[in-house]
Design a protein around this ligand. Structure first.
Ligand code: FRU
Length: 492
């Protein structure tokens, strides 16, 4: 059904109410027939999911929203979909919560963030508006969520236009509380079509004054920066963002757009700069990670979650009327100046039964289902190949190979089922540090998340294997040790 649609702009931006009453029911059935539905990752009930939004802890629960177009696997009229959780692994669907309903967000409730203030949750987001010539106007908007989940939008924009010298590519506000005042960090494009991050300050979330572009690099950051996030880890600022059109001499990346980060020594609000910024780095070495949202949780952790999907690329689930998922939740730390991203400890709550231990140089396991966590430890200088989601022939699968003596790791999804996004390459290769290699790998039907060396690097990938591809092979030049845990489904 979805396939046969001619997704004209008119259809994509048609009001949800204008769709036939049974449309959602039929779409849900179609989505449910898809072979690649996930078991413990957040995915849309129907339609398209993109950026995580409003990740926060409020009223005794974790809250998370995501961008969605519920009518099909295309980017159309966007809203926020709401989820809550008590443990960061079992998420309860609360439904569509922030919908286009005013002249300031008529063509989409775009990305934003949340901050608990007293007994309410403040939401900051972008209202996307198009005129009859499809010219964009972007408003930075606010809303309050009550403890009972009711959301009331503010009548007037927080910021009704970009500052002088910037275009209407102006979105994705992150609201934080920093040294007794509120800040908004907003993704922007200047009139020379360069990406920047703009900062606004407010004493009360009501009146906002422009503090200028955030200083964190001497390099040009492409034509647009999306989804900026500033978090503090043991006092050090970590800036996450998505530069679009970044020149490859500034950063080695293969995805259409990278998700990147910079670590600073401090953030000085008066000069609006990250002092002593590190080089720009890729947040993930894999194929599909974007729009990461991180926040400082009240329990002291810096938590992050990402969209596993990329703009402007078709995915094999599109024909089933849905697309994309979110990553598992990760804890961010900075150790000896190096960013570590680890699965949150709550992920252990998904483990079932006891693990299968691995201790030879070759292992072949029919996992039965692609729903597991694999922990592997190799000695220094080992070389090996891991085939995830292979059939019994070992001629295919998602192949992860490493050559420790050369400090290289490669992932290859060309034989992992339905191939897609070939224009951006079917392999990724990256350098790993010289130390005994440890891998923690989460597999869930059509997504793989790899944590290398205790989270010093991560690599994420969507894959679309056939129903026969449930075997796991590990082949190594010497014995290694490992364990395989089956995982339960979310909310089970
Ligand atoms: C990033 C993004 C954001 C925007 C949202 C719209 O993926 O383009 O910049 O707010 O998606 O859905």
């Amino acid at each position: 059904m979805n396939n046969n649609f001619n997704w004209t702009r008119q259809l994509r931006y048609q009001a949800y109410e204008a769709w036939p009453q049974d449309y959602q029911t039929i779409l849900k059935e179609q989505t449910a027939r898809s072979p690649w539905r996930l078991d413990y990752h957040i995915q849309p009930p129907t339609g398209l999911l993109n950026d995580p939004n409003g990740f926060s802890f409020f009223n005794g629960k974790w809250h998370l929203f995501y961008q969605t177009y519920p009518m099909g696997a295309v980017h159309g009229l966007k809203s926020w979909y709401h989820l809550t959780s008590e443990n960061l692994v079992d998420w309860h669907e609360e439904g569509l919560k922030l919908l286009p309903s005013t002249p300031f967000d008529s063509h989409g409730v775009y990305s934003g963030s949340a901050l608990p203030v007293n007994d309410k949750l403040f939401l900051a987001y972008t209202g996307n508006v198009r005129d009859e010539n499809w010219t964009r106007t972007s408003y930075q908007l606010g809303a309050w969520m009550q403890p009972d989940g009711e959301i009331v939008k503010l009548t007037n924009p927080l910021i009704s236009e970009p500052p002088f010298g910037y275009t209407q590519e102006f979105r994705d506000p992150q609201v934080i509380f920093f040294k007794n005042e509120y800040l908004l960090l907003i993704g922007a494009q200047n009139q020379n079509e360069q990406g920047e991050i703009l900062v606004y300050r407010s004493p009360d979330l009501d009146t906002w004054s422009y503090a200028g572009p955030l200083q964190f690099t001497q390099q040009s950051m492409g034509f647009m920066i999306e989804c900026p996030n500033l978090v503090f880890i043991a006092g050090k600022p970590l800036l996450l963002f998505c530069p679009q059109g970044l020149v490859h001499s500034s950063l080695d990346y293969q995805n259409i757009y990278p998700n990147t980060y910079v670590i600073g020594e401090a953030y000085d609000i008066e000069t609006n700069q990250l002092t002593r910024p590190s080089d720009l780095k890729n947040l993930d070495e894999g194929f599909d990670l974007y729009a990461t949202q991180a926040f400082n949780a009240p329990d002291g952790r810096a938590l992050a979650i990402s969209w596993i999907g990329l703009p402007e690329i078709n995915y094999p689930t599109d024909s089933f009327g849905w697309a994309h998922c979110l990553s598992i939740v990760k804890e961010l730390t900075i150790e000896h100046g190096i960013l570590h991203q680890r699965p949150v400890k709550e992920m252990k709550q998904l483990r079932i039964d006891s693990p299968v231990f691995l201790n030879q140089s070759t292992s072949k396991i029919d996992a039965g289902q692609n729903r597991y966590e694999l922990n592997l430890d190799f000695k220094e200088n080992q070389t090996g190949e891991i085939y995830l989601c292979s059939d019994s022939t070992q001629n295919n699968g998602f192949i992860l190979s490493f050559d420790r003596s050369h400090g290289k790791m490669k992932i290859d999804r060309s034989l992992s089922g339905e191939v897609f996004a070939e224009d951006f390459g079917v392999t990724r290769e990256f350098t790993i540090t010289q130390e005994p290699l440890s891998l923690q790998i989460f597999v869930d039907t059509s997504v793989v998340e790899i944590f290398v060396n205790d989270g010093k690097q991560t690599a994420s990938a969507r894959i679309f294997p056939s129903s026969e591809q449930t075997t796991l092979w590990i082949e190594c030049d010497e014995a290694f040790s490992g364990s395989l845990w089956k995982l339960r489904k979310m909310n089970e």
